[in-house]
Design a protein around this ligand. Structure first.
Ligand code: PMP
Ligand code: GLN
Length: 381
């Protein structure tokens, strides 16, 4: 049977490609972003309790009401913005779904969406499958900052949305208050919406404050802000997240959500409601992961890779331009097969496969994993 592909140019995501290759060659996997250390035993026990206590049927389609209340409290505490937990939050099966649903809610064929590259790999296919057009703007190498002057020139009457992601995957770059000002000056008095991917909201280092859209009620009116419990609680396999928006946008969002997934895993929502009372669990995350980043940075000094400094996410990018001219995808594959370490080539995050000779490393790993990985890279010298 033949079908007309909706995504003719799309192949298997780089995360699956590299993780499969890592398994096949028994390589240390610093590619796909997931922790290799244990999540909280307490949180696991809470899920267990919830199941035993009978919380095994459909949850409310918008997410467990008590969980949404807890999330609204967290937002007010962290970002000093009051949101209505009934009308402005929807629990989703992960951040990726939260983003896809936002795009599907608003995009009409012919709409334009401004996307910064390198971009998390689901963004562009999510736009295209909705018949809209990604307007691609490269972040400025090597600090991966947004070229706001260029953004201004790319805005047209068809611009429906601007997508931002801070802390950024794959580069670790974080947006500043000035970036938010630039964004505001572009969208004010227009119909442009914002999608803010904040799945790494707590993974921000060096005493920098996360510039959440939730800090800015005027911008939240036109935004979908997406989060992932998987990133916050070291359980990427749970695939649970949430989206926060204005009441009117959320009303439309839920029309799409209710006929796609309807409702999310109940026992995990019950457990998270209780676990959210432990503020320390998320407040300490930045320093916990920064320790890993600093440990990894120190180790990497013994390799020929050159750090491209950043302040967030659980990824760091390194340039190999000084010692090799090899295409980044080929190098990533070769390092996996021959040296036993998997990474992610940055060209995978560009539609035209821009190759600045940069690899992304995930450092959300046990110290012994990082040591084992870097030992393999020292041998490159
Ligand atoms: N956005 C970015 C930038 C991410 O790195 C991730 C993690 N894969 C997601 C969204 C989605 O998170 P989730 O695993 O909850 O779907
Ligand atoms: N966010 C993770 C990463 O960037 C992986 C997500 C996925 O595999 N889809 O590596």
């Amino acid at each position: 049977m033949q079908i007309h592909s909706k995504l003719p140019e799309v192949s298997t995501t780089i995360f699956t490609v590299m993780s499969s290759l890592a398994v096949e060659h028994n390589a240390v996997n610093l590619g796909q972003g997931f922790p290799d250390f244990m999540m909280s035993e307490k949180l696991i026990a809470l899920v267990n309790d919830a199941m035993k206590n009978g919380f095994n049927q459909y949850a409310h389609m918008n997410g467990l009401p008590l969980l949404r209340e807890k999330l609204a409290e967290k937002v007010e505490k962290l970002y000093q913005t009051k949101i209505n937990s009934d009308k402005q939050i929807t629990v989703t099966p992960g951040g990726t779904y939260a983003i896809y649903t936002a795009l599907t809610t608003v995009l009409q064929p012919g709409d334009e969406v401004i996307v910064f590259e390198p971009a998390y790999d689901s963004y562009i296919p999510n736009i295209e499958i909705n018949g809209a057009k990604p307007i691609l703007i490269s972040l400025q190498y090597p600090d991966y900052s947004i070229p706001w002057d260029e953004v201004k020139t790319k805005v047209t009457e068809r611009t429906r949305m601007i997508m931002i992601n801070s802390p950024h995957n794959p580069t670790g770059a974080v947006l500043s208050e000035n970036d938010i000002e630039e964004l505001r000056s572009i969208v004010t008095n227009t119909n442009i919406l914002i999608l803010s991917d904040e799945v790494y909201e707590h993974l921000i280092f060096d005493d920098i404050k996360h510039q959440s859209i939730l800090l800015y009620p005027d911008l939240l009116e036109r935004s979908f802000v997406c989060f992932s419990f998987g990133k916050t609680y070291h359980c990427t396999g749970w695939k649970l997240g949430y989206c926060i928006s204005s009441s009117s946008l959320m009303k439309e969002y839920r029309k799409v959500h209710q006929f796609n997934c309807f409702s999310c895993d109940t026992p995990k929502q019950v457990a998270l409601t209780e676990y959210l009372k432990n503020e320390e669990a998320y407040l300490s995350l930045g320093s916990f992961i920064q320790t890993k980043r600093d440990f990894f940075r120190e180790l990497m000094k013994a390799t020929p890779f050159k750090l491209i400094p950043s302040h967030g996410s659980y990824f760091e990018c390194y340039s190999y331009a000084d010692f090799s001219n090899e295409n980044d995808f080929d190098l990533a594959v070769r390092l996996t097969k021959e040296k036993g370490i998997a990474t992610i080539p940055l060209s995978s995050f560009y539609k035209n496969k821009t190759d600045n000779k940069v690899l992304r490393f995930c450092f959300a790993k046990k110290e012994e994993t990082l040591q084992k990985a870097v030992l393999k890279l020292i041998k490159l010298k």
